[in-house]
Ligand binder design. Structure first.
Ligand code: ADE
Length: 248
């Protein structure tokens, strides 16, 4: 997987992603990361400036079309085929695990990070294939959303997570939230580890964990249950929980 990030703040992208698991994946050559400074493609007459006043008036500045277009062409001239170009914007489709899975299958991905009041609409029409938001709130730029997406996509690229890490990060397995985890000591400030986890009985531990996942999803993210992979036994357990909730 090759990521190309078009940004006014390349150091933010490079510093943020060269650490931890993603940094290790870059070192191993499993993914590559290029941060392209849009400022390097400013019009000759504008001496490194890439923003201008909005036609029609109003507050703030708009990123000009040409530098963004040139930065994008600089990347797409080198890639095989035409890569997807993702514009990070609160006006986009909300990023989900299933979009992360879809994008993890691509060879190259281009992320376009906006700043100021946005980017001239004409270049967006010309180059963008996907408008993506990371949630219903407004950030100061697209860099953090691009980093969030790169993190979520990269951990799905084969070899990026080692076995222990893959087993650990299963929060969205079957579209259910993960069960709670405990480590030593057995008792901490008067709170004990659930006894079933100390029993050594794998069948009982698995059943307890499944029930905890169901309970947690029902309590915290009931919307996920609509698309969760549930067995008949899961449904019975959920109905029991719901009946208890109605009683109290
Ligand atoms: N740019 C500013 N806010 C954003 C958001 N919530 N998602 C994606 N890009 C953004």
């Amino acid at each position: 997987m090759n990521y190309h990030v078009l940004t006014l703040f390349p150091e933010m992208i490079l510093e943020g992603l060269h650490t931890s698991i993603i940094g290790r994946a870059i070192e191993k050559g499993l993914i590559s990361l290029e941060a392209v400074n849009i400022r390097d493609f400013a019009l000759e007459s504008r001496k490194g400036r890439v923003d201008d006043y909005p036609y029609g008036g109003g507050a703030g500045m708009v990123m000009q079309a040409e530098p963004v277009y040139r930065a994008c062409r600089h990347v797409t001239e080198k890639t095989e085929g035409t890569p997807r170009v993702i514009y990070l914007t609160p006006q986009g489709n909300v990023f989900t695990q299933s979009l992360a899975e879809e994008l993890a299958g691509e060879k190259d991905l281009v992320f376009l990070c906006g700043h100021y009041e946005g980017i001239d609409e004409r270049v967006l029409e010309e180059v963008v294939t996907d408008y993506v938001s990371i949630g219903d709130y407004v950030l100061t730029g697209g860099e953090l959303p691009a980093m969030v997406m790169i993190d979520a996509i990269s951990r799905l690229v084969p070899g990026v997570l080692n076995n222990q890490e893959s087993a650990q990060f299963e929060s969205f397995q079957d579209n259910l939230l993960e069960y709670p985890q405990y480590s030593r000591p057995e008792e901490w400030r008067g709170k004990c580890v659930p006894p079933v986890l100390l029993s050594g009985h794998h069948g009982n531990v698995d059943q307890w964990r499944r029930e905890q996942s169901l309970k947690r999803t029902l309590e915290r993210r009931p919307d996920l249950l609509e698309t969760a992979d549930l067995t008949e036994k899961d449904r019975k357990y959920l109905n029991k929980l719901l009946a208890n909730m109605e009683e109290t």
